[in-house]
Design a protein around this ligand. Structure first.
Ligand code: F6P
Length: 381
């Protein structure tokens, strides 16, 4: 794709079965529908790679997850799981260098689906030089795999869609979680991953292409996103990962912008947008124009977790009222489920569908947004 500037969202496309096949030549909808299978495969691959054995060396001082883009989100998921209950810190590194304090007492989990992303390879090489414990997740026979082999760490091979690292998150995030579980930092078992898989299967059924827009939650969310400037807030650390995922997927699949944040922090800065130039009705818009509005306007998307701090609940409720008072529409999506990973699955699965449908509604092939590949090529020359 060389640019889709000016593309129009056409809701009818979402119920046009022939278009949903032709407009998605890489089968992104099929890839998203296979998320449940991916969770099960990732679990087995992680177990077979011997990840559980790393726990025998004793608990590391900290776990550092290194990854870029969607691979970095695997670190955020682990951070969210560990934030309040784990006896040690989890840090995500997105960049070329490890923090100065990281050393032999720490475990670095390097995540790169391609196994070639230069930032992640650089951080992994630094981890080898510093004598850190090392786990790798990514494509086999790659620079990343070679570095992890040199350090003698376990490597969890990841397949998936070539050139589409962000197509599914689960194969990237399951191994770091199991690495943390090996040290007792989190408590997860096969049952929990199985209930995640079942939840994703249920979503795949409800969001399937043949299910009409008015009952399909993926298509509904896509229609609510279309033509807006999305402000996406999560109401817990895990819901905030889903908010970040939504913003990331919008950019990657639909070339669409969004801002995201986590309550309570987002209420300290992003709430300013409710009184800004993109909020509410456009008073200068031509009332006789074919298209009302005069440009995209703000819409608040609240990704809610059933486990919220009581003050966050108050902040959320007040923010919804304040948005509505100012003419900013609000969409609220609540993640249900007993365990945090189930709730993440409820939100992340919906996000994956909605962002693919949004791209298709704009007539964009969700696997064709290649500008990040162009940037990679330019900086590697
Ligand atoms: O998982 P990888 O292969 O390291 O890629 C990291 C990120 O870089 C990108 O390929 C973009 O450059 C994203 O698609 C991806 O999320």
């Amino acid at each position: 794709m060389t640019g889709a500037g000016g593309a129009r969202f056409e809701p009818d496309r979402l119920d046009d079965q022939a278009y949903l096949v032709e407009g998605d030549p890489s089968g992104m909808l099929r890839t998203v529908a296979s998320s449940a299978a991916e969770v099960r495969t990732a679990y087995r691959a992680a177990v077979e790679s011997g990840l559980a054995r790393i726990g025998r060396d004793g608990r590391p001082r900290a776990i550092v997850v290194a990854g870029m883009g969607a691979s970095g989100l695997a670190g955020e998921v682990l951070e969210a799981l560990c934030r309040y209950g784990a006896p040690g810190p989890v840090v995500t590194v997105r960049g070329y260098r490890l923090p100065g304090w990281v050393g032999a007492a720490d475990l670095v989990v390097a995540v790169s689906r391609s196994g070639t992303t230069e930032e992640t390879v650089a951080v992994t090489a630094e981890a080898v030089r510093r004598g850190c414990g090392l786990v790798g997740v990514g494509a086999p026979d790659t620079p990343l795999a070679a570095l992890v082999a040199r350090a003698g760490g376990p490597y969890v091979p990841v397949g998936g869609v070539a050139g589409r690292p962000e197509a599914t998150l689960w194969s990237l995030m399951v191994p770091p979680i199991l690495a943390a579980a090996a040290f007792g930092l989190v408590s997860v078992d096969e049952d929990e991953f199985e209930s995640v898989a079942r939840r994703l299967e249920d979503l795949a059924h409800r969001c399937r292409p043949s299910s009409e827009s008015f009952i399909n939650p993926g298509k509904t969310l896509a229609m609510e996103l279309a033509g807006t400037v999305p402000v996406v807030w999560g109401t817990s650390p895990m819901a905030a990962v889903a908010a970040h995922l939504l913003a990331a997927r919008l950019g990657a699949y639909a070339g669409y912008p969004a801002i995201w944040g986590e309550l309570p922090e987002a209420a300290h800065n992003q709430i300013g947008t409710f009184d800004g130039p993109l909020a509410g009705r456009d008073i200068f818009a031509d009332p006789f124009a074919d298209e009302p509005g005069g440009g995209p306007r703000l819409r608040l998307f609240l990704l809610r977790d059933v486990e919220e701090h009581p003050q966050v609940t108050r902040s959320r409720t007040a923010a919804v009222r304040m948005a509505e008072d100012r003419g900013v529409p609000v969409s609220e999506i609540t993640a249900d489920g007993v365990r945090p990973l189930e709730r993440l699955a409820a939100l992340a699965g919906l996000v994956d569908y909605a962002t693919v449908y949004l791209a298709l509604g704009y007539g964009i092939d969700p696997a064709s947004v290649a500008v990040s590949t162009e940037l990679r090529a330019r900086i590697s020359q």
